[in-house]
Write a protein of this length. Structure first.
Length: 259
């Protein structure tokens, strides 16, 4: 039986532990911010560091290396240098939102993609066994590419949620709730999956309908205009690409500006 210990009992750490525990892995315990982590790598196949990114290196430095244990961080943006004291080290980042342990554990077992980085000494890595246990798919992302990879992940999830927050606010101003617009969002995402972003894009930016975009801006409160303009600029850039026209930088796209 494979064994793991987790430092950082937050959403990511508890989600992964619950998902692996349900598939026969032995989760021997969790350590938090006030616990002594010096011996955390002893007696387990993998030590998972599931802390915020800015303390991963510090936590790893306080753990005594064990040559038989793979130390794994769950950061999407960090490379392996932050785990440098440990001979066996890896990065494992699931491309799925983990809002809580219950939902996170379920999603991790649904065949999601995991971005993996690993040191040469761990070429036959316990990390691969984790992903196989969860029925997941591995993509390898080099250290130099992880920040850009993680930026794409944040755009795909966090930024979409933030945009729906704007939908909620603007919809409320006309007496509607965000639920009325979610079928539109789901259909648009389905179209992206089926057609790709260029062919899935609809709306005034595709038509070059600047008068409509201007009316939108006039109707919005000043606090909502920068977000709308940023989204319209991205839509215009994509529309230009779809027409095989050299697209301008999003900041320079021809979008009506309201002072």
């Amino acid at each position: 039986m494979r064994t793991i210990r987790v430092i950082g009992p937050g959403r990511a750490g508890t989600s992964l532990a619950a998902a692996l525990g349900a598939r026969g892995w032995d989760v021997v315990g969790f350590l938090g911010r006030h616990d002594d982590v010096r011996d955390a790598a002893r007696g387990v196949d993998a030590l998972i560091i599931a802390t915020p990114d800015d303390v991963v290196a510090d936590v790893a430095a306080h753990v005594d290396p064990d040559p038989s244990t793979t130390v794994v961080h769950l950061s999407g943006s960090l490379g392996l240098d932050v785990l440098a004291p440990h001979p066996r080290r890896a990065g494992l980042h699931p491309l799925v939102p983990l809002p809580n342990a219950l939902v996170g554990a379920r999603r991790l077992g649904e065949g999601v993609t995991f971005a993996v980085a690993q040191s040469p000494v761990a070429s036959v890595s316990v990390v691969r066994s984790m992903v196989e246990s969860l029925g997941g798919r591995i993509v390898e992302v080099a250290d130099a590419d992880r920040a850009a990879y993680h930026a794409a992940a944040c755009i795909a999830a966090n930024h979409v949620v933030a945009l729906l927050g704007q939908v909620e606010r603007v919809a409320a101003s006309v007496g509607l709730d965000v639920a009325a617009f979610l079928p539109l969002t789901r259909a648009a995402v389905d179209d992206v999956a089926a057609l790709g972003p260029k062919d899935a894009l609809t709306g005034p930016a595709v038509r070059g309908d600047w008068a409509t975009l201007s009316r939108h801006l006039d109707a919005l409160p000043a606090s909502e205009r920068p977000g709308y303009q940023a989204g319209a600029a991205l839509a215009t850039q994509l529309a230009h690409a779809a027409l095989e026209v050299d697209s301008a930088d999003p900041a320079d796209a021809t979008i009506p500006v309201v002072a």
